[in-house]
Design a protein around this ligand. Structure first.
Ligand SMILES: [Zn+2]
Length: 464
């Protein structure tokens, strides 16, 4: 339905909203009264965007999405909110898993929230297929923009985190809340909230609308008078999107991010949700650049005594964000670490020679492999020099995984270096026999222990 045909009815809509000003969350300490939320009656005709709030409520719709909370001027800003936005890829982490939140200036990486009422334990969303449907709907809403939407915490880089779960200090009529960060200038690491769960009566599309709206508040978008836009504060059903048109801004607190809106619409009273997000993030782009990863300790060629304990540490980076780093020993996957610093504990290592490498994945699924680090335990270190091994291994890392064997294997006659730079011989693979030629034979207990595939000595280092 075009804005023209709905104009009069939308005016009615707004008028009704204006009478409910006290519902809005206008200050950090003010909790609104709960609105009745009844499940929709399937016999009633489907909602349309030009219905009045009363009509929506009669159908179980019309729930409110809380007024965004302007970032206090006293809080830090990475840049001046009146400066033009810096185009940068965005990352939205939809956190369905709950978290323990502390109070302070927003930092998604440390679970620190500037909305004081949400400090404390935030419950998980719950189990079921709805979560996947919500993720799909959120991704569709954000698909035009250079924004990644993930549901596991990025290991590095900036990200807006939307807590999605039933913990709701504002009452059942309020669906969400967020800081209002004009031009995303305060921080890329805001925390926003959608008070939805696997078992509530709202569709995946409506939940995604709440999530998208709250996240967009943290990019400076405010509420608009158009139920077909994600930034409309009232749940009117349907499948809203970020609309590419200038729409009247509505709100109980006046207009806060006027300069941001005026840059697109020529008026601080109008908002083009689509173009404002485009100005911040640019159009969608594929993340084709793989991450880089290297093992920082132990050093290649290091030796340890039998039974030694030590740490394996790795660094990884990506043009967007690293999703995880996996540790392999002798070709066998050990454990994944999804947050920096990446480290694992090795405890009571048996005698033998071991090849360690790490595989990093970015949020788009690109992978890269580190150089191989070979260590000796209770024996002489491997005869390969760390220099040549490292160089050749770098080639393998660039290629990342399959196909690296050719370059390494056919390389310089120094069989040891070549072997260690190809994909390391994993247990049960043919390469294993080859590899044995360049190692000192492992002791019988080690061989047995490897054959069992248990590798019990490596465990993730618990640093948090
Ligand atoms: Zn809102």
């Amino acid at each position: 339905m075009s804005p023209q045909t709905t104009h009069s009815s939308r005016s009615r809509f707004v008028y009704t909203l204006a009478s409910l000003t006290t519902v809005g969350i206008v200050a950090l300490g003010a909790a609104p009264a709960a609105l009745a939320a009844e499940p929709p009656d399937p016999e009633v005709r489907p909602p349309t965007w030009d219905m009045s709030l009363d009509e929506l409520r009669a159908m179980g719709l019309g729930q409110y999405r809380g007024d965004p909370i302007p970032v206090p001027a006293s809080m830090f800003h990475e840049r001046d909110p009146n400066d033009p936005p810096q185009v940068k890829q965005g990352v939205i982490f939809v956190n369905f898993d709950g978290a323990q939140l502390s109070s302070g200036p927003d930092n998604s990486k440390t679970n620190t929230t500037q909305i004081g009422q949400l400090a404390g334990s935030f419950a998980a969303y719950g189990q079921g297929s709805k979560r996947e449907a919500v993720m799909q709907a959120v991704r569709e809403d954000w698909a035009p923009f250079n924004v990644l939407v993930v549901d596991s915490r990025p290991a590095s880089g900036d990200y807006t985190m939307n807590m999605t779960g039933p913990t709701n200090p504002f009452g059942g009529g309020v669906l969400g809340i967020a800081p209002l960060d004009c031009n995303d200038a305060q921080t890329h690491n805001n925390i926003t909230y959608a008070f939805h769960s696997a078992n509530d009566q709202f569709s995946a599309s409506t939940q995604a609308t709440t999530i998208g709206q709250e996240v967009a508040h943290s990019y400076g978008l405010e509420h608009v008078d158009e139920p077909g836009d994600i930034m409309n504060p009232y749940n009117a059903g349907g499948n809203p999107s970020f609309r590419d048109e200038c729409i009247q801004i509505v709100g109980n607190q006046g207009i806060v991010c006027g300069q941001q809106h005026a840059a697109q619409c020529g008026s601080s009273n109008m908002q083009n949700s689509f173009q404002e997000l485009m100005a911040l993030f640019g159009p969608a782009q594929a993340d084709e650049g793989p991450p880089t990863v290297s093992i920082t300790s132990p050093a290649d060629g290091a030796t340890f005594e039998v039974g030694a304990d030590f740490e394996v540490t790795a660094t990884a980076s990506d043009d967007v964000a690293v999703a995880s780093v996996d540790l392999y020993v002798d070709g066998q996957f050990q454990q994944s670490d999804n947050s920096a610093p990446y480290s694992w504990s090795v405890v009571n290592i048996p005698a033998g020679t071991y090849e360690f490498y790490a595989v990093a994945k970015d949020l788009a699924g690109n992978e890269a492999m580190s150089d191989v680090v070979t260590i000796g335990v209770g024996e002489a270190p491997p005869t390969t020099t760390s220099g040549s091994g490292g160089d050749a291994g770098g080639d393998g890392g660039d290629v990342g995984g399959g196909g690296t064997g050719d370059g390494g294997g056919t390389g310089a006659g120094g069989g040891t270096a070549a072997d260690s730079t190809a994909l390391p011989p994993g247990f049960g693979e043919d390469g294993g026999d080859e590899g044995c030629g360049c190692r000192q034979a492992p002791s019988a207990p080690t061989a047995l222990w490897l054959a069992m595939g248990l590798l019990p000595f490596v465990r993730r280092r618990d640093m948090r």
